[in-house]
Design a protein around this ligand. Structure first.
Ligand code: ADP
Ligand code: G6P
Length: 355
């Protein structure tokens, strides 16, 4: 008898509108697994894939069935299911999960065309990120964990302006127009996926500044589903209780408008959830360990690991607020989930060899 402990690929879904921080989140996640993710070596320079030792991140735009011209002609947006090939997405994610390599198409964001496919080998952890990871029930069924980044309209607008004006040279009018044209399809096809997510990161304007319209200070809520296999929600002070905490004082420097945490049980689309909320921003990241020491179930490997990760990527967007903090925490929870899944698979194969 040969005893091979083949572990299956763990599949993670990350859904969000474009320009909502998916790539930043992916950089935080791959860093938790040690090592930065790179585009495939020697391949198409416009590939959307990122590969590291442990993780492969594929962008679901690669499953566009209509290219930019095709979408224009048919009058459909990239968010419309008719512009996407869910059959192929399902077949390929399923194959990768079963350990079979696939030739995945490439959607070229520069030309707006579909390029020749690239070979994707089954990784330890496959992340599928994009507009529709939880749209098709067959694909949803393959996910071991799913995350939805829920950015409120006000905040989305501010971020899009930052990126599309500064980095892509678009005008304010064209950004406004593109958000407006996308909105109906976003509401119909993208937003409803959040009901299926195991974790939702909601990003809202602050409530600490009355009538704030600058959109710099954020209120961020981490909504964690109860009863998900291999995932136990993080909590503040005492699991299941309701707590409001202002950590500013002797141990944490806070300038105006300060920081406020709220934690407690809630319901979300008829699901029981735990919600951890942070409003405001940190002045000094090295003091974050004070907050970290009051959070439990973080799935860290040593005291202060959350703070260490945050300090390591202090230059990433969102590092001073709840977006960076909660993305880092979800990264640690995914590492924990991966370790639990692989050790349970190892236990099953051991049982099988005994029988
Ligand atoms: P996506 O991969 O979803 O298109 P990115 O991670 O590239 O999104 O982020 C797009 C832009 O949004 C960034 O350039 C940045 O300006 C802004 N952004 C993303 N995440 C944050 C954040 N947590 N806080 C502030 N701005 C952010
Ligand atoms: C979304 C999709 C992209 C698409 C973009 C613009 O962001 O994720 O794949 O390129 O919309 O779509 P357009 O049809 O204007 O090229």
């Amino acid at each position: 008898i040969t005893c091979s402990v083949e572990s299956k690929t763990v599949v993670i879904g990350l859904a969000a509108d474009s320009g909502c921080g998916k790539s930043t989140f992916m950089r935080r996640l791959t860093s938790v697994f040690g090592g930065a993710a790179e585009p495939p070596k020697g391949g198409n320079p416009d590939s959307n894939t990122l590969i590291s030792d442990m993780t492969t991140v594929i962008c679901l735009d690669d499953y566009h069935s209509l290219d930019r011209t095709g979408r224009k002609e048919k009058g459909v947006t990239a968010l419309d299911p008719r512009a996407n090939n869910f059959d192929l997405m399902y077949e390929q994610v399923k194959a990768l999960k079963e350990g079979i390599a696939v030739d995945k198409p490439i959607y070229n964001h520069v030309t707006g065309l579909l390029d020749p496919p690239e070979l994707i080998k089954p990784p330890k952890i496959l992340v599928i990120e994009g507009l529709h990871p939880m749209y098709d029930p067959r694909v949803r069924e393959l996910l071991d964990f799913s995350i939805y980044l829920d950015i409120s309209n006000e905040v989305k607008f501010a971020w899009k302006i930052q990126r599309d004006m500064a980095e892509r040279g678009h005008s304010l009018e064209s950004i406004k127009a593109s958000i407006e044209t996308r909105k109906p399809d976003f509401d119909t096809y993208i937003d409803p996926q959040k009901q299926y997510a195991d974790a939702v990161i909601e990003v809202l304007p602050t409530q600490l500044i009355p009538d704030d319209n600058e959109g710099k200070v954020l209120r961020v809520r981490l909504i964690m589903k109860e009863g998900v296999k291999f995932f136990s929600p993080v909590y503040l002070f005492d699991e299941g209780s309701t707590i409001s905490w202002i950590p500013c004082g002797r141990k944490l420097t806070c300038s105006y408008p300060g920081i406020k945490f709220i934690y407690g049980p809630d319901t979300y689309f008829d699901n029981e959830v735990s919600v951890l909320e942070m409003d405001g921003q940190f002045d000094r990241l090295d003091e974050l360990v004070y907050v970290e020491s009051h959070l439990s179930n973080l799935s860290t490997k040593f005291y202060g690991e959350v703070t260490q990760q945050m300090l390591k990527h202090a230059d990433f967007p969102g590092s001073s607020n709840g977006t960076g903090l909660f993305q880092t925490i979800i990264g640690l929870k995914i590492r924990d989930l991966y370790e639990q899944i692989t050790s349970s698979q190892a236990a099953v194969s051991l049982e099988a060899t005994k029988a």
